[in-house]
Design a binder for this molecule. Structure first.
Ligand SMILES: [Zn+2]
Length: 79
């Protein structure tokens, strides 16, 4: 297995799984965080793939995730 990042760029969780790999081996992988489900391709820029470059305003903490239980309801169908 190729090198996987040690932590999620968004929430810093360390359980990262590989969802897909490039048809040409070794070009990119699609990775997903086991906690916040953030998903990224390794060929994306550092601001999407590295915790230290990820924008602070989009980073999540455990408290953020636990409090993110509000899911907007689907509005009634239009008549
Ligand atoms: Zn995460």
């Amino acid at each position: 297995m190729n090198h996987l990042p040690v932590e999620c760029p968004r929430c810093a969780f360390e359980d990262i799984s590989r969802l897909a790999t490039s048809p040409v081996p070794g070009v990119w992988d699609v990775l997903q965080c086991g906690r916040c489900l953030y998903t990224w391709r390794t060929s994306e820029p550092a601001r999407r793939t590295r915790r230290d470059a990820y924008p602070d305003s989009f980073k999540l903490t455990v408290a953020d995730i636990e409090n993110a239980i509000e899911v907007p309801t689907v509005p009634p169908l239009l008549k």
